[in-house]
Ligand binder design. Structure first.
Ligand SMILES: Cc1cc2nc3c(=O)[nH]c(=O)nc-3n(C[C@H](O)[C@H](O)[C@H](O)COP(=O)(O)OP(=O)(O)OC[C@H]3O[C@@H](n4cnc5c(N)ncnc54)[C@H](O)[C@@H]3O)c2cc1C
Length: 389
């Protein structure tokens, strides 16, 4: 009987345990927190958006092209939850448990682990691992034949110390520099207290100098340090990387994607009166101030330069990004163990019986369920092999 030790009882660790367990092995999960699946519970604002109908590979990111093969099978995640009796609520292609509560996903995984006789040892932090005579030795006290690292990342948690990358280092593996992703952007400007708290619909585009990097449409949150919200999260990955490389990054915001200038300014009202009926009035003040537009004039009375400025302010409001919020404020980490260190079952090429899954890997996804899908799917691929060992 082989002993499988799984380090980390989150999304990937629980799924891996469940699908690895058979009559020929003993499976134990070691979890540093007092309860498993804390991040599952926090996900999707407590609703756990765990899958998305749009499984375009562009939604997943990695330095390695090996990522492509993985997501051809992403609907396996739905098959597993179907087989466990979980029903879904699908909104615009985004999947949640029908209860609309992340507890449903977490409890299902934990209860199924209990039914299969999988032990979850909580309040147990793994700080060291070595391999001795084909056995993995954990914290110099526990011994296993098969080891799975599923510690997740530093994103969204307040760790005093995160051991995940150190544990990988024990085996001299190539780690792509971890950086926050799906995070908030700190911008240059002195007017942010004036727009703090405004939520609005927009298209946000990221740039390196004049080169367009990415464009996202959705809700944006204007804050006292710059910008946040789902479409900002989705462009943050590239911006964090640019800034980390010492390069320039800026964004342009289109606040009025649904209306042309001619459709907006078609009355006898002043510019301020007109825009106050279309956008948040505090946002209007910021736009008029930044682009030096006299709000008490009528559109037809503006000179060409002023007309040009107003177009910029409404459709291409420009901000320099000077920083990003750290791991704790981010939802996910880009970088991690290089996929080139692994075979197709997420087993480390140079260390037989060592598997690495979930966010500890160099895979990160956009907002919309892609990160949990990735955690569950990598767990399923690893357990396909573990249950055969
Ligand atoms: C606020 C927030 C909202 C999110 N919302 C969504 C969403 O709606 N949809 C989506 O797809 N993704 C979402 N994500 C991302 C998603 O939750 C993660 O990508 C996913 O949980 C990663 O799974 P994992 O198993 O790799 O890591 P985790 O789920 O983080 O699990 C890792 C586990 O390992 C434990 N651990 C760490 N180190 C050790 C150690 N040394 N010894 C023992 N145990 C250890 C941790 O305590 C943790 O329980 C969100 C993230 C955050 C922070």
């Amino acid at each position: 009987m082989s002993k499988v030790i799984i380090v980390g009882g989150g999304a990937s660790g629980l799924m891996c345990a469940l699908n690895s367990k058979n009559n020929h092995n003993e499976v134990i999960i070691l979890e540093r927190n007092s309860t498993p699946g804390k991040k599952i519970l926090a996900s999707g604002n407590g609703r756990c958006n765990f899958y998305n109908d749009d499984q375009d590979i562009k939604r997943y990111h990695s330095e390695s092209s090996k990522i492509n093969f993985l997501f051809e099978e992403s609907n396996r995640v739905l098959d597993v939850f179907n087989s466990l009796g979980v029903k879904y609520l699908v909104k615009n292609g985004y999947y949640y448990p029908y209860s609309n509560k992340s507890e449903t996903i977490n409890n299902t995984l934990i209860n199924e682990c209990a039914k299969k006789g999988i032990e979850i040892k909580c309040d147990y932090e793994v700080t060291s691992i070595r391999k001795d005579n084909n056995k993995f030795i954990i914290n110099d006290e526990l011994e296993g034949d098969i080891l799975v690292l599923s510690t997740g990342s530093m994103s969204g948690v307040n760790y005093e110390k995160f051991y995940g990358y150190e544990l990988l280092d024990s085996f001299n593996l190539n780690i792509i520099r971890p950086l926050p992703s799906l995070t908030k952007l700190v911008c240059e400007g002195s007017f942010f207290n004036k727009w703090n708290g405004i939520r609005t619909k927009a298209i946000v585009s990221s740039f390196n100098n004049d080169e367009l990097i990415k464009e996202e449409s959705g809700e944006i949150l204007l804050t006292d340090y710059g910008i946040s919200g789902i479409c900002v999260f989705n462009i943050s990955r590239d911006i964090v990387k640019l800034l980390d490389d010492g390069k320039n990054a800026s964004v342009k915001i289109n606040f009025l994607e649904d209306y042309s200038i001619e459709e907006v300014f078609n009355s006898d009202l002043t510019i301020k009166e007109t825009l106050d009926r279309v956008l948040d009035d505090k946002l209007v003040d910021v736009i008029l101030n930044k682009y030096h537009i006299p709000g008490n004039k009528k559109y037809d009375d503006l000179n060409n330069e002023e007309k040009n400025n107003i177009r910029h302010g409404l459709y291409a409001f420009e901000l320099n990004v000077i920083d990003y919020k750290d791991f704790k404020s981010s939802q996910v980490t880009q970088g991690g163990l290089s996929l080139d260190e692994l075979n197709d079952n997420f087993e480390v090429n140079s260390v037989p019986n060592l598997f690495v899954i979930g966010e500890l890997l160099d895979i990160d996804g956009d907002c919309g369920g892609y990160n949990l899908t990735s955690a569950f799917l990598t767990a399923l691929k690893a357990s396909d092999k573990i249950k055969e060992l």
